[in-house]
Design a protein around this ligand. Sequence first.
Ligand SMILES: CC(=O)SCCNC(=O)CCNC(=O)[C@H](O)C(C)(C)COP(=O)(O)OP(=O)(O)OC[C@H]1O[C@@H](n2cnc3c(N)ncnc32)[C@H](O)[C@@H]1OP(=O)(O)O
Length: 440
Amino acid sequence: MGQAEQPQRAQGVPEGFAERGWTLRPGSKDDFPAVVEVVGEALLGAQDSEFWIERLGPLLSEDGYARQLVVTETHWPDQATGSRDGRVVEGGRVIGSVNAFSFRMTVPGGTRAVAGITGVGVWPTRRRQGILSALMRRQLADIRDRGEKLAVLWASEGAIYGRFGYAPATSQYEVTLEAAHARLRPDAPRDPALTTELLRLPPARADLERVHAAVTAHQIGRIHRSRAFWDSNLRDTPESRQNRSHLKAAVVSGTDGPQGYALYRTGNREAHVQEIVAAVPSARTALYEHLFSRDLITKLVFASTAPDDPLQYLITDPHRLASRFDEPLWLRLVDVPGALAERSYAAPADVVIEVADRYAPWNAGRWRLRADRSGAVCEAASDTPDLSLDVSHLGAAYLGQHTLSGYLRSGLLTEHVPGAVAALDTALFRSDAPFCDQAF
Ligand SMILES: CC(=O)SCCNC(=O)CCNC(=O)[C@H](O)C(C)(C)COP(=O)(O)OP(=O)(O)OC[C@H]1O[C@@H](n2cnc3c(N)ncnc32)[C@H](O)[C@@H]1OP(=O)(O)O
């Protein structure tokens, strides 16, 4: 059976796996068409498998296929009769899958390797039988073996991933503004040395990559974009346009080169801003001036913004902004002591945290975190805990978006020493909101 994992209760594979002829094993490039079919069907995808194989193939390097895990079924029903008798599929028929990209993400303390969970799906007639649970448990062990201390994902539904130790770690908003109210304050920072040009892609791409890399280096939550992800983000096909224009790039430059850009499409007299990235405040003002001054536009939509996005401070009437929750990025600590030790802290802390973790049992137990502004140490402890929490609570707080005090007030974590949670929150504090603009 090669590298396949024989069903064993001790490894978290649910009861009934073996009896049903199910096996959990690493996937390969050869499995990918079957994986695409399963995930596409699970996600109600409108596109056929060929579309996704062509679209996703470039994003999955050799490493990407190696991170795939599949659950296969040996006996697959005959499609014509539905009979399972005597229909043995060589290598097994894929009925569930997970995969992960390998990213570098900016987190408090620096840039770290993180696993970007993707391609999660279970064949519709095999759901709610423990397949995802088994895949998640094995995937977390694999991520830990690779030395990645954090995992992130975009969830199709908010109810799925909390049980697996993930939590929303950013708060992002789609923001809409009627063009009639799109006016900047007179004191918005302006630099007459900057020029704005509307460029076609791909000629503008090098400028975009330069600005994005500069901003990603210091904005918490951003993922360092690979060439394949840039290709994917800048795709300009009828399907990606959704009845809007081609993708346009407004680029602001100064004597030091490009300082900011806005990627947007127009359609139905609206401007849909896919992303707006500025290395300096005056470049952002110039980008808003460009967008606000386009003739015939009646409405502007900014697809995703951080809670501290400058637009709300720069326009004359912030009441005119309509915000809608966009999806949050979900984050999980795969290696609790490792992730806590390599984070940076805003204030000193010396705290014993009792962690519960059903899906990554190596994290469960007591950890003493000693941190100050110069660094942190996190070690196994036998001391009485100051607080007890679920690993997902640390995921919510890790990037600085959510406080543990919020979970305390909700009654979801326990404080054994009064003030311990507030003290840890003070240490975990970030004055900047995390933001992630990369779908995967
Ligand atoms: C990062 C990404 O790729 S996001 C994309 C996720 N994929 C999809 O949404 C595709 C459609 N859905 C599916 O393919 C499947 O329903 C999955 C993958 C979400 C779940 O797979 P399953 O094998 O059914 O999950 P499994 O049986 O292990 O369920 C484990 C637990 O989670 C719960 N659960 C699973 N999915 C959901 C859900 N969508 N909503 C609420 N609870 C859920 C189950 O009820 C079960 O709870 P229990 O432990 O209390 O009994």
